[in-house]
Design a protein around this ligand. Sequence first.
Ligand SMILES: Cc1cc2nc3c(=O)[nH]c(=O)nc-3n(C[C@H](O)[C@H](O)[C@H](O)COP(=O)(O)OP(=O)(O)OC[C@H]3O[C@@H](n4cnc5c(N)ncnc54)[C@H](O)[C@@H]3O)c2cc1C
Length: 425
Amino acid sequence: MTAALRADLEQALGAEHVAAEDAREWRVSPGAAAEVAEVVRIAGRHGAAIIPVGSASRAPRLRGVDRSRVMVSTRRLDQVIHLDETSLLCHVQAGLTGLGLEKVLTPRGLSIGDYPPSLLGSTLGGLVAVRTPGKSSARHGFFEDAVLGLSAVLADGRTVHTRAAPRRATGPDLARALCGSEGTLGLITSVVLRIHRRPEARFLAAFVLPGVDAAVAATYLALREEAATAGLRVLDAAEAAHWYGAAVCGDGEAVVVAATAGPTDLAACDRDLITSAVRAEGGRDADLALAETWWKRRHSAEPWPGPPPSFQLTATPARLCGAYHAVRGAVTAAGAAARVHLSRFDATGAVLFVTFVDPEAGPVATAPVLTGAREAAVRDAALTAARAAGGYLFGGRARELDPYLQALRAALDPDGLMNPGALVG
Ligand SMILES: Cc1cc2nc3c(=O)[nH]c(=O)nc-3n(C[C@H](O)[C@H](O)[C@H](O)COP(=O)(O)OP(=O)(O)OC[C@H]3O[C@@H](n4cnc5c(N)ncnc54)[C@H](O)[C@@H]3O)c2cc1C
């Protein structure tokens, strides 16, 4: 059975594009959407699972998958199919990375948009398939909002093409179901993305506010007035001291760093909206170098200090401050301390990046990060408190909707071949 599967795959793609990973797993690299469809049909005939692989930033979910597996790499699907500079639309194959697309767009004065640079290493298919909740920009929205159409191969080998047409002529948007389905409903072979002109101007600004509550209030005051930031970060005093290597604000105060971008007048107007919101909440200007350092680190021109945050939470705008204080309270009660920054603000909420440290080992800004069992216990306490305050674990999903997802999966893929270990449990 497995030898026959391999033979069929080699016949469809050529032996050089089929590699045995182990006795029951093959990695294949189709070079065209039609080859993807053929691979899916072959896998279906042999009852093998189909696991899409983008830039493999995440290990495949294989728990409970007790059958042969065909790992379908999209790395050869890396072409821009069509670039429409009038409509600012780009039809691109799913295996191209964000970085690869930016390389094509930059010389033409175009860009994917103001998304976190960590997006750029991922494939566009992987980004859409995971619908990474963090990948958002206040100016350009969530990454999946840029997806105006896509093509995907379903479990039976059929290809669905959703239409990139004016909104008045599209009907139900089936692409939405595929965004975030992690390859369980179909393997995405290409996407039509809305792209943007590169900004004419970029402004940075830095402020000190009386505390995190005031900083969050100022941020949402500006967002409600439709300021569109290219990036904005709130740091509590300990996090700011950690980042900048010195106390840059008083205990209990907070730092805000912000960037705006676009046509010069609009970018200046967005910056002014943020400045007046900060003033309304009792804030003052801070050294612009704070924002310049943040921007350089964000764009990898300088390393971030220290290890990544211990955990990440998200909450709606109204619950952010409650979640922040609940986490801090729980961490203190557990005998630890935390430094926190908040980022990725938009109308639906923001993300809290929390780092747990050992307060007995020095000032919170420089104390060593907790690890092992102690870190796990503090994390549990913090998560429980955050949930009680209306926060959510970042990247979680609404499990009460799972029965509907399972029904959709069963209808499209009755044999359970498409990424069967994903989006379960
Ligand atoms: C809930 C969640 C939240 C995340 N949030 C963030 C974040 O905020 N920031 C961040 O940098 N990263 C985040 N990640 C990591 C995320 O996996 C990557 O950022 C990126 O989206 C994956 O791109 P990739 O090319 O590496 O895909 P891979 O890691 O190779 O694949 C990711 C998943 O998508 C499937 N997949 C890949 N390509 C396709 C395709 N063409 N068609 C269908 N399915 C496909 C894979 O089978 C796998 O299940 C998050 C991951 C998850 C699960």
